[in-house]
Design a protein. Structure first.
Length: 229
């Protein structure tokens, strides 16, 4: 899970941004001590910083330069001061992008995702698997769909991981049972059916309809992408 540090003087904006990004599987913290942003940054160890220019005590340019002394983490400036001089200053101080207020949260999300992809895609294995418009987060065992995060139990997560990893093909009941319980010989076959029914019901309640298809007598697979709503 990527961690995002939000340094914004307007608490309404910072809370709104934080809640929106949390829904998409990010872990966010909003700055509280504007006299010492660097201490909070070091404590949280984020993978990205959203930084306003106009802040109490010291402005965003100052804190960006302080962050750059100890870290190369991406910094995205957010400000209504969007004239060329401020944008150039933000980049010269070590910023990676500039978002003008007021902004659309979907645009903010797209920029955050793009920067994280560029920065970390070659440094670590992906922590998510995408299929259609559904995202499986391997870090916190959740599914993301249309901005809604679904918490999965350990068995539900293992089932979904197996199906995602074999998207487009059928996973046998035997292989799923081995994934869940190591040795299917000691588990009643009906136990898997109960787990699958519970998972399907949870998906339906979240708005993910007919996502898991039963292949009678064989096993299960994910629905065709064009059939996912």
């Amino acid at each position: 899970m990527y961690k995002i540090f939000i340094v914004e003087d307007d608490s309404t904006i910072s809370e709104q941004v934080g809640k929106y990004l949390d829904r998409w599987g990010y872990e966010t913290v909003c700055a509280k001590n504007f006299e010492n942003i660097l201490t909070e940054f070091i404590s949280f160890e984020p993978q990205l910083v959203l930084l306003d220019i106009g802040l109490p005590f010291y402005n965003g340019y100052y804190w960006c330069s302080e962050i750059r002394k100890i870290s190369q983490v991406p910094v995205v400036f957010i400000s209504s001061a969007s004239d060329n001089m401020n944008i150039v200053m933000a980049m010269n101080m070590g910023g990676d992008d500039f978002i003008t207020k007021p902004f659309d949260l979907e645009v903010l999300l797209a920029k955050v995702q793009a920067i994280l992809r560029r920065t970390y895609s070659f440094q670590q294995q992906s922590s998510v698997i995408e299929y259609g418009n559904v995202i499986l987060n391997l870090m916190d065992m959740t599914l993301l769909h249309s901005g809604t995060k679904l918490e999965l139990s350990k068995n539900e997560f293992r089932i979904m991981q197996l199906l995602f990893e074999h998207a487009g093909s059928t996973v046998t009941r035997e292989n799923i049972m081995k994934k869940l319980w190591d040795d299917e010989c000691f588990v009643d076959d009906n136990t898997l059916t109960v787990n699958m029914n519970r998972l399907r019901k949870k998906l339906e309640e979240t708005g993910i309809h007919d996502f898991i298809v039963t292949k009678k007598g064989v096993g299960y697979q994910l629905a065709a992408k064009e059939n996912i709503s």
